[in-house]
Design a protein around this ligand. Structure first.
Ligand code: GDP
Length: 297
């Protein structure tokens, strides 16, 4: 299960304070040392951890928590609030265009879950807003990618626009958008190509697509299981392309937590959704406060 190790270690770290009428500064320091190690072991970004520990310590001291009633409960509350803050405070909805269609560009490395997530988002919009999305197959490098998106489209009963593998991806995106405009779709979701790692060819192609279709949303899909690599990927895509949000997939696996906890703080871009399974319905809005509670157990 996700966060299992982190939850246990955080609970252990704070257990020592429980039942104490008073918490000394050295008790606090010992607890913070344990929390710091727990976060580092969960693969949370080093700078993010340092800042977090400093803030919690300062708040605990500043609020005279150490001398107050139930100091351990108050420290748990501060840790909870600061974990929430680290992940962005509150949920951030999808950007919407004032005029249909809203254009969503899906980007990410191969295998992160881009195509699956494109389908999941389309289904969510269909179910929750009664929207009529159009999916666009814009990965021309893997013929299987087009078939995969078509399979997804059939499953959720959403149309898929494709032009095979012989057309330039910028042209496909442009034609896909024109099709959505002509058909009055509320959303057009463009599934772009992935690579095993970030390279200039991929980024140039994505930049060209972005320039052509002017998306309202550039959603980066990253695999939570890859920890700090997910954070580095997010930094790379954000620097090159300027993403507007992140979808963190595979949170149903036994991820340690590093990506969920670091991405917002490192990139300043919100996690908008989390993928929690392979089914089309396994996509949830990301609520930082709920995630913090889940992590604290
Ligand atoms: P793409 O190459 O980025 O388009 O990735 P795909 O959409 O093909 O997904 C790669 C694999 O990850 C597939 O087997 C998906 O079923 C799986 N996958 C995607 N999202 C999730 C998720 O949230 N949880 C789990 N367990 N598997 C996922």
């Amino acid at each position: 299960m996700a966060f299992e190790g982190l939850t246990e270690r955080l609970q252990n770290a704070m257990r020592n304070l429980r039942g104490k009428g008073k918490v000394s500064e050295s008790d606090l320091r010992a607890t913070m040392r344990e929390i710091r190690l727990a976060l580092l072991e969960a693969d949370v970004n080093f700078t993010v951890v340092r800042k977090f520990v400093k803030t919690v310590e300062e708040r605990a001291k500043g609020a005279k928590v150490l001398e107050g009633l139930n100091p351990s409960q108050q420290i748990v509350k501060i840790v909870d609030e600061e974990l929430t803050q680290m992940m962005g405070e509150s949920a951030v909805p999808l950007n919407k265009s004032p005029k249909i269609p809203t254009v969503i560009m899906m980007v990410g490395l191969q295998g992160a879950g881009k195509t699956t997530t494109a389908g999941k988002i389309a289904l969510k919009l269909k179910k929750e807003e009664n929207a009529r999305p159009l999916l666009v197959a814009d990965d021309v490098y893997r013929p299987a990618a087009i078939e995969q998106l078509e399979t997804v489209g059939k499953q959720i009963d959403v149309p898929v626009f494709q032009m095979g593998t012989d057309t330039d991806p910028v042209e496909i995106a442009k034609q896909g958008l024109a099709k959505a405009q002509a058909d009055h779709n509320d959303y057009v979701i463009i599934d772009t190509a992935g690579r095993l790692q970030i390279d200039t060819d991929l980024m140039d192609e994505l930049k060209n697509i972005k320039a052509e279709i002017n998306p309202d949303e550039i959603l980066l899909v990253v695999d939570a299981m890859t920890g700090q690599n997910a954070v580095a990927t997010a930094e790379g895509f954000n620097d090159a392309l300027g993403i507007t949000g992140v979808v963190l997939t595979k949170l149903d696996g036994d991820t340690r937590g590093g990506a969920a906890l670091s991405i917002r703080a490192v990139t300043d871009k919100p996690i908008k959704f989390v993928g929690q399974g392979e089914k089309m319905s396994d996509l949830d809005i990301f609520y930082p406060d709920r995630m913090a509670s889940r992590i604290l157990g």
